[in-house]
Design a protein around this ligand. Structure first.
Ligand code: ADP
Ligand code: ZN
Length: 191
């Protein structure tokens, strides 16, 4: 969230798919722009769900974002005027994104990162756990469980409409893959 304090820090927004992480990131970045702060948003190059140059939420709201292959590329797009850096889908970056977020915050930049804290197995996802450990502020969002309607903190992976197996490959040729938000009780992993 936008806080009018004049030093760098790290905010992390986590939760399962559909919990509103992108929406919340976009909201915070738009508020920073209203406060006339210089904002640059980034996302991993692989995530071209809806658009290559925007962070877009499942509900359709968006903000301009630079697609980057590596977190180091952030340095190519910021300068001494940059006050806020947004990062979406932070789980897809290498572990070095944590050091880079720390470095930016140390330099006085507000870093707002959003991403999945767990993969579809319910296990910590990439650099996100480390990032939230070093962040000043963390918000864990809940989606709505698609089975029972309770708050959902996990992401269910479905292959051809059935719960994925623990060891199913990340890419399954010829299969229809989908994801939905589920609560602890309704989340299924077949071992
Ligand atoms: P995230 O970045 O966490 O994947 P988004 O910000 O892209 O989430 O999308 C959030 C939006 O997704 C909600 O505002 C709502 O319109 C929609 N949505 C679809 N399915 C669900 C669900 N199961 N729970 C909550 N919101 C959902
Ligand atoms: Zn449920």
């Amino acid at each position: 969230m936008y806080r009018p304090i004049h030093y760098g820090y790290i905010e992390v927004i986590i939760g399962p798919m559909y919990s509103g992480k992108s929406e919340e990131l976009i909201r915070r970045l738009k508020r920073a722009k209203i406060a006339k702060q210089t904002v640059v948003a980034f996302k991993p190059y692989i995530d071209n769900r809806y658009s290559n140059k925007d962070v877009v939420s499942h509900s359709g709201i968006s903000i301009d974002a630079v697609p980057i292959k590596s977190a180091k590329d952030i340095y190519n797009y910021i300068d001494e005027d940059t006050q806020v850096v947004g990062i979406d889908e932070v789980q897809f970056f290498e572990e070095e994104v944590v050091d880079i977020a720390m470095d930016l915050a140390d330099k006085g930049i507000k870093v707002i990162a959003a991403g999945l804290d767990m993969d579809f197995k319910g296990e910590p996802f990439g650099p996100t756990p480390k990032l939230l450990a070093v962040a000043e502020f963390v918000d864990k969002l809940q989606a709505v469980c698609m089975v029972c309607g309770n708050p959902a903190h996990r992401t269910q992976r479905l292959i051809n409409g059935k719960p994925a197996k623990y060891n199913d490959p990340i890419i399954l040729v010829g299969a229809t893959e989908s994801y939905e938000a589920r609560c602890r009780k309704c989340h299924v992993i077949i071992k």
